[in-house]
Design a protein around this ligand. Structure first.
Ligand code: ZN
Length: 487
């Protein structure tokens, strides 16, 4: 059953809520005859889209500019402002008929200029540790040092008394499960340590949380990410520790050494700030009041360059617009490309977009997202009614010809996720997330390794071509014909 039902996180990114969803491989199921099959015209169009993007796509150059001229762009930062302006200009240059900003209020957290951690074995000299404060963490008042207590699960900690960690630092060291085929599933299995570690430590009097970086890679790069506090519990600092350092501390503790860790962090949470989603719109010829939205998130963490997460999804989405305009396509439904802000630490971009769509009574027939990196595309994660899922499944063998026939049911993307919640029953979109190969994604994710150089140009373009093709296919559907019973 393991290869048929794998747990995949709702989004492999980031800071806000993450849900674990069972992804069911649907390939073995029967295709229902009444669904729209690929026509000769579809085959020609999808081939043309691939030829166009592989031959003259500009997404890799867009990614270079986003990564090298702007770089890391956490919500609230001046770099995120620059990215918003860049996104609007790039969408205009790509031929979007209309581009506008949608104001979004975002949190503004900064890690500060001092970020230091050290290790002391049996009261010896301090040795440097490689850490990265988790997004949203409080700083330390001057410096903090404490004895380290290691946990692989929360259960043994839960059984301890409320003051069991008084003055100590909880070290959460459960590795991502190496036996899971899907790396996203392994990420989801270790994720709670990062999201809840600080609360768990504080509940037992701990002074800080040290969390093993969420990656399969054994390296010296800490991988940051979102975390949250609980109003009932003291806020204590939380940092990600590199996997090499995590292994070292675990070995020292297992050998019976006394291990102390010190931290000095200057993290600050400023007032919320107004930033924006960037929305490009192209009116549909047949159904101007029905929308197909495709996007990714423009913000990134504040280390690395946000190349895979989610620069790739941004340039994929821009390429959809550029390609369809350049090919002289006329969308039947109104097509929107949305560069969402604040996915990593709040998802306020996705929430604001969905709330406005509900207020205006917009029917989003389909929503697509690319937020799982720029590696070679393999398939799709489908969040839709049974009938709509069957419809996508009807295209499976043709999708397979392009290497993207791996279809699973599960979360399609965090930014588009709120549309499902905000839309009334019967009007929920058919949601599809691009699923690239996940095996190397977490080597880069949320770390200094998430840079332009680690994205492969051809694989990035294949992702853009797959996404553009799926937008085209969903635009060709008559969405009234899909059974909306469980929509
Ligand atoms: Zn992301």
């Amino acid at each position: 059953m393991k290869n048929q039902m794998e747990r995949w996180v709702l989004r492999t990114g980031c800071g806000a809520f993450i849900g674990l969803i069972n992804l069911v491989n649907v390939e073995a199921q029967e295709v229902v005859a009444e669904h729209r099959m690929w026509s000769v015209k579809d085959s020609a169009m999808v081939a043309d889209i691939h030829g166009h993007i592989l031959g003259q796509g500009q997404c890799y150059e867009d990614l270079r500019v986003l990564c090298k001229d702007i770089g890391a762009r956490l919500s609230g930062s001046p770099e995120a402002d620059d990215a918003i302006l860049w996104g609007a200009k790039t969408l205009r240059d790509a031929g979007s008929p209309e581009v506008r900003m949608q104001t979004v209020i975002v949190p503004h957290w900064e890690r500060g200029s001092v970020e230091r951690a050290w290790l002391r074995v049996n009261d010896g000299e301090p040795e440097t540790l490689r850490v990265s404060a988790l997004g949203g963490s409080v700083g330390t008042d001057s410096i903090l040092e404490g004895e380290v207590v290691m946990f692989k699960e929360f259960a043994p900690l839960d059984e301890m008394g409320p003051n069991a960690l008084e003055g100590k630092i909880a070290f959460f060291n459960r590795a991502m499960d190496p036996l899971m085929i899907n790396a996203g599933g392994a990420y989801g299995g270790a994720y709670e340590q990062r999201s809840k570690g600080a609360v768990k430590a504080a509940e037992h009097g701990g002074s800080a949380a040290l969390v093993r970086s969420l990656t399969h890679a054994l390296d010296t790069f800490p991988h940051t990410g979102g975390m949250r506090y609980d109003d009932e519990v003291n806020q204590v600092p939380a940092v990600a520790l590199s996997t090499v350092d995590s292994r070292r501390i675990a070995g020292l503790l297992q050998a019976g050494n006394a291990v102390r860790v010190g931290l000095e962090l200057e993290c600050v949470l400023h007032e919320d700030k107004a930033q924006a989603n960037v929305i490009a719109e192209w009116k549909g010829s047949e159904f101007p009041d029905r929308y197909i939205v495709v996007g990714g998130h423009l913000d990134s963490w504040d280390i690395g360059e946000g190349a895979h997460d989610d620069g790739a999804g941004i340039v994929h989405s821009i390429e959809v617009m550029r390609t369809l305009v350049a090919m002289g396509y006329q969308p039947r439904h109104t097509l929107r490309v949305v560069l969402f802000i604040n996915e990593e630490n709040g998802n306020n971009g996705g929430k604001t977009y969905a709330q406005r769509a509900r207020e205006k009574g917009e029917w989003h027939v389909a929503a697509l997202e690319s937020d799982a990196g720029g590696d070679a595309p393999r398939g799709w994660s489908i969040d839709a009614t049974d009938d709509a899922t069957d419809q996508v499944r009807a295209w499976r063998s043709s999708l397979d010809d392009y290497g993207v026939g791996d279809l699973r049911r599960g979360g399609a993307g965090v930014d588009i996720g709120p549309l499902k919640k905000e839309m009334p029953a019967g009007k929920r979109p058919l949601m599809v997330g691009l699923r690239p190969n996940s095996q190397r994604y977490f080597d880069y994710h949320h770390s200094n390794r998430d840079v332009y150089e680690n994205v492969h140009p051809r694989e990035l373009k294949l992702g853009a071509a797959a996404l553009t093709s799926m937008v085209y296919l969903l635009d060709q559907l008559d969405h009234d014909n899909l059974d909306g019973e469980d929509r």
